[in-house]
Each structure stands twice: as C-alpha cells, then as structure tokens.
Design a protein around this ligand. Structure first.
Ligand code: COA
Length: 385
C-alpha cells in the first residue's frame, strides 16, 4: 500500500443549475486539474459518483465527462451507492492509487435534479431505499429519517428544538461558504414555524434538492510532491454497510455501517476521535447529524442532540461539525456530496476556508451515507507538515 495524497480540488457552486451533469462534472474536474497544476494526460482514469443520471435520460456518463475534458482514451467509471456515490468514487480512487495501479486518478461526483418537480425528485430519490418495503409504500427519505427522529426522541427525550439547533448552526456556517446552496441565516422561530415535511421533521430539518459537482486529483506521495510541498494525505478510507431497510434494524437511532466504517477508519489512521479537529458529516436531515455524531464516537449515545443545543458542534468548539454548512445548507447534490466533503476538508487543512476556517485544522473526517446507511464511507485526511 502506498500513501495517497490529494493534490487538487474543484467544485461548482451548489444550487439550481442550467448546466447538464456532464457539464457540471467537467467544470469541477477542470477546477481540480488547474488547482493541482497537473498535465491532464497524466491522469490514468476517472471515477465519478452519480445516482440519478437517468433523470436527464443519460446513462454511461463517464466517457462523456472524459471527452469533455479531452481525455477520451482514458477509462472512466460511474459508481452508484445512492447519496454515498461521491464518497465511494473517492474510496475506489484511493484504492487504485494505494494499490499501485495508477499514479494519478481523477475522482468526483455530480448530480442534476432541479429540473424535476418535488414529487418526481422525491420518487427518484426513494429508489435508493428498499423500494418494495419503503419508498414504494410511501415511506420516502423524509419519512424514514422522521422515523429515526421519533425513535430518538422517545428513547432519549430529545426535542424538535434540539434538532433545530443543528439546522441553525449549519445555516450559519454556510453564510461563509460562497459555494453553498442556501445562504440564509435562520432562527429557532423560522425552523419551528416551517412547513412540516414528515413529522417531526420540517422544511428546515431537511437538505434541499441541489445540483452540483465536486472533484479531486489523487496521487501517490512521490507524484504528489512534483506538484506541491504540502500535499494533503489520505490517512484512512473505509467503507461499511448496514441492513438495507431501516425497519429490519434493532435500533433505529444508529447506522451500524457508520459505527463500523468510523472505527475502521480510525484504526487505519492509528488515531482516536479526539485527534480529529473537525467533521464533515452526512446531515441529509438534522437527525442524521445527531446520529453521525454518536456513531462516530464524538458524543455518547443519546447525548448528540443536547450537544448541538449546547453549542458543542460549532466552529470554535471542541467538535466542529459541518463547517461547510453541511448537506443542510451547503446543499446535497446526491452523487457529488461525498466528493464535496473531501473538497471542504482539503480547503480547511490548507487554511483556505475563509470565514468558516477551523483554527489550526490538521486532521478532518468525512462521513458520507447512502440511503439510511446501506452504504457508509468514512475518510480521514491530514496535513502532516
Ligand atoms: C423539504 C422539501 C420537500 C422542500 O421542497 P419544495 O417544497 O419543493 O421546495 P421548493 O423547491 O418549492 O422551495 C421553496 C422555498 O424553500 C426553500 N427550500 C427548499 N428546500 C429547502 C430546505 N431543505 N431547507 C431550507 N429551504 C429550502 C427554497 O429555496 C425556496 O425558497 P424561496 O421561495 O425563497 O426561493 C425538499 O427540499 C426535500 O424533500 N428535501 C429532502 C431531499 C432528500 O430527501 N434528499 C435525500 C436525503 S437521504
């Protein structure tokens, strides 16, 4: 196994876009190539996350992206693990470089869904659940995460206000992120008075439907040092799964795949959670951030919601979560999200995060979830010098 580094990053703004998925992905990839300063010909392959390309009536997206980049002879693969597709693309790029198969790989993720109406988008997204027993029976993702929230409230006595504090914090962080979809400060009154989506979750407990793309160039350490004196190292990249359907699980308040992927990543990196300076986690709904904070061991089981209310997850606290604004406010272009988390961590580790910078950030963790945890990817990145 070789050490793997991120030498270039790129991202489009998240939000509604008139560009096609291939155009969005090519734009983010061009940004990453320029950021790395690498000759594109040295890129051995492209691996891209995308979940709903068929919504644009376009499959086989990989060669279209590579053609747009002038890399038409290079192999390209699109991976689909629902909302974890971008994280999975990163993981496979990491393996390709770590295993010595390629010295430079382009990874990324993209989604474009804003041309769909709410019902159609919700239905497409629900295809990522167990459609026989969940999406197809009416329990789409807002409903599934609402079930988790209900169960959490019942077991641990947390409140809707605790979850609202997650949203308020992430919207505040996104104000400092020019790439964020929702750049709007919100109050407790705004959250509590917002439209019910799936009781107890409301509009401001949910991530929006976003378009967008994100990309990174991964190299082995020797190659990376041709481009930068301060490469960002991938200390760990781990994947795990959970029983696919939420109702089959004994505990609805935790994602077993997140616990396992988190522990595996920390073991790979030979670190404890206390040595990680900040966390970009998959807060598709506010309850998901709370579950992530407990599954990853930041807070004891049943205390994550109160930790949000007590301000323990803000920038400047001991456990900053989602300085980018998270899926909640930065946005959630499904296939791009995991790659976008890596982009944010690299920016933070380089000290390029502006008003949302986590002071002295040396190590950051990404946590990217497909559906309700059928797939989970956890990465740990660091600045060693
Ligand atoms: C909550 C939800 C139903 C709202 O969708 P919608 O009713 O179609 O919302 P619209 O697109 O009509 O937007 C209406 C307004 O609310 C805003 N908005 C939309 N979603 C928002 C969200 N999640 N949070 C905050 N504001 C939101 C829009 O910006 C718009 O504001 P404007 O009127 O000032 O322009 C939708 O965002 C949703 O389902 N999100 C979850 C997506 C999901 O399940 N992802 C997979 C996770 S596993």
């Amino acid at each position: 196994m070789r050490d793997v580094c991120v030498v270039g990053i790129g991202s489009t703004k998240y939000g509604k876009s008139d560009l096609s998925a291939r155009e969005l992905m090519a734009s983010a990839a061009q940004g990453a190539i320029a950021d790395a300063g690498i000759d594109p010909d040295r890129i051995a392959s492209g691996i891209f996350g995308n979940a709903f390309g068929v919504a644009e009536k376009q499959g086989h997206l990989g060669p279209l992206i590579m053609t747009a980049l002038g890399l038409d002879t290079k192999p390209a693969t699109v991976v689909e693990t629902a909302c974890a597709s971008g994280g999975t693309a990163f993981h496979h790029g990491y393996r390709e470089v770590a295993g010595g198969f390629s010295d430079a790989v382009l990874i990324g993720g993209v989604e474009r869904v804003s041309m769909l109406d709410t019902l159609t988008a919700t239905t497409y997204f629900a295809y990522g659940s167990d459609f026989t027993y969940e999406g197809g029976t009416g329990c789409s993702f807002p409903g599934l995460y609402a079930t988790m929230a209900r169960s959490y409230f019942q077991r641990y006595g947390a409140t809707e206000q605790d979850l609202a504090n997650v949203a308020i914090k992430n919207h505040e962080n996104a104000l400092h992120n020019p790439l964020a979809h929702l750049q709007k400060r919100i109050t407790m009154e705004d959250v509590m008075g917002s439209m019910k989506v799936a009781d107890p979750l409301k509009l401001y407990d949910a991530c929006p439907f976003s378009d967008g793309a994100a990309a990174a160039i991964l190299c082995d350490e020797k190659t990376a040092r041709e481009f930068t004196d301060t490469p960002i190292f991938v200390e760990a990249s781990a994947r795990a799964g959970s029983i696919a359907a939420l109702h089959d699980r004994p505990d609805l308040t935790s994602l077993p795949g997140a616990v396992l992927a988190g522990q595996t990543a920390l073991q790979q990196a030979k670190l404890t959670v206390d040595q990680i300076d900040f966390f970009e986690v998959h807060d598709c709904f506010t309850i998901a951030e709370v579950a992530a904070s407990e599954d990853l061991g930041l807070f004891k089981k049943g205390t994550g919601a109160k930790a949000a209310t007590d301000g323990l997850t803000r920038i400047g606290s001991k456990r900053p979560i989602n300085p980018s604004g998270g899926l909640k406010a930065k946005g959630h272009p499904v296939g791009a999200t995991g790659a976008g988390q890596v982009v944010e961590v690299v920016k933070q580790l380089r000290g390029e995060a502006g008003g949302r910078q986590v002071e002295n950030a040396r190590r950051g963790l990404t946590h990217n979830v497909g559906a309700t945890g059928g797939t989970v990817v956890v990465n740990i990145l660091s600045r060693r010098s």
